[in-house]
Design a protein around this ligand. Sequence first.
Ligand SMILES: *Cc1c(COP(=O)(O)O)cnc(C)c1O
Length: 379
Amino acid sequence: MNFNSKVIHGGISEDEFTGAVNVPIYQTSTYHQKVLGGGPKWEYSRTGNPTRAALESLIADLEEGTAGFAFGSGMAGIHTVFATFEPGSHFIIGNDVYGGTFRLVNTVLKPAGYTFTEVDTADLAAVESAMQPNTRGVYLESPSNPLLHVSDIAAVAEVAHRYGAKLIVDNTFATPYNQNPLPLGADIVLHSATKYLNGHSDVVAGLVVVKTDEDAEKMGFFQNTIGGVLGPQDSFLVQRGIKTLGVRMRAHNENTHAVYEYLANNDKVAKIFYPGHPGTEDHEVAKKQMRGFGGMLSFELQPGLSAKTFVESTKLFALAESLGGIESLIEVPAVMTHGSIPREIRLQNGIADELIRISVGVEDIEDLLADLAQAFAKL
Ligand SMILES: *Cc1c(COP(=O)(O)O)cnc(C)c1O
């Protein structure tokens, strides 16, 4: 099946009990076991729930893995993935991963006995030289946030595997419409389904997909044991959101490319960060592993122009954190999403005070460009 059919008919797409074309919301915590010790399929909803199972099988299909797991948030999924590794394990982690992932690493995982080396995962030599005898995993986001740097997933997987480590990829920004890390060589792929997968800015959820039966069994055990599972109502909403992922992502990709072209021809713009930006290293790698360049783009204004004035002037682009919904959003990472990173480190990582990040929605492109134009006119 091709992508737009798969999002609708993949995984478990109808109710096995009634034939309803949507898997219903099985709002139940427990199940009537007709025979003592009979081992029914469903016994308790932390362990398994039919609505959640439908979503889990769908994301496994879309990411071409063996099993999917749904969590109450992206962070709950990420924490559970790390928990499957033994304390004392060392990880190499991208130096521009999501702020909440940094906080998890620094305030929860390091005190629990895990160790980390932060590197630019787009730099293969840097990844290889950070390898230690106890390195068990490499964790990266591609494209990354907010600078949209692209790591060569197949090449990093090759290095990781050579050292007996697993490659874990946060595929939130790309989505399975634009990129599939598992066939490229990654071992575990995860999502903040809060963003594009659900796509309507009305649910917080996380999804994890693994490649091997061994990892599937392990993840299932840890998901059930730690218990950060997604409820049936939200599982239903995320599955409903995913049904339109293909048409939404096509619109996100197209609109963002049009915004890129508009900004590239605007003399008030100094720099653009976008995987579809020709002439950059990121673009060369992106072309190899992505089918589209996604809905995120960051840019810097010419020195002296105020990012504050700009982001306060847009009307369709709402000044807000988060991303990946159908509506366009705009923000200043230094003040908002990345405000918790010390300024010195932030600047070192290339995130300027005046950097503007936009999540381009699926509104009509003429309206989005007109909104940007009137905001530029205020500068
Ligand atoms: C939002 C986000 C997360 C965290 O997900 P939540 O659903 O907010 O817990 C992780 N990774 C990336 C890239 C994100 O954008």
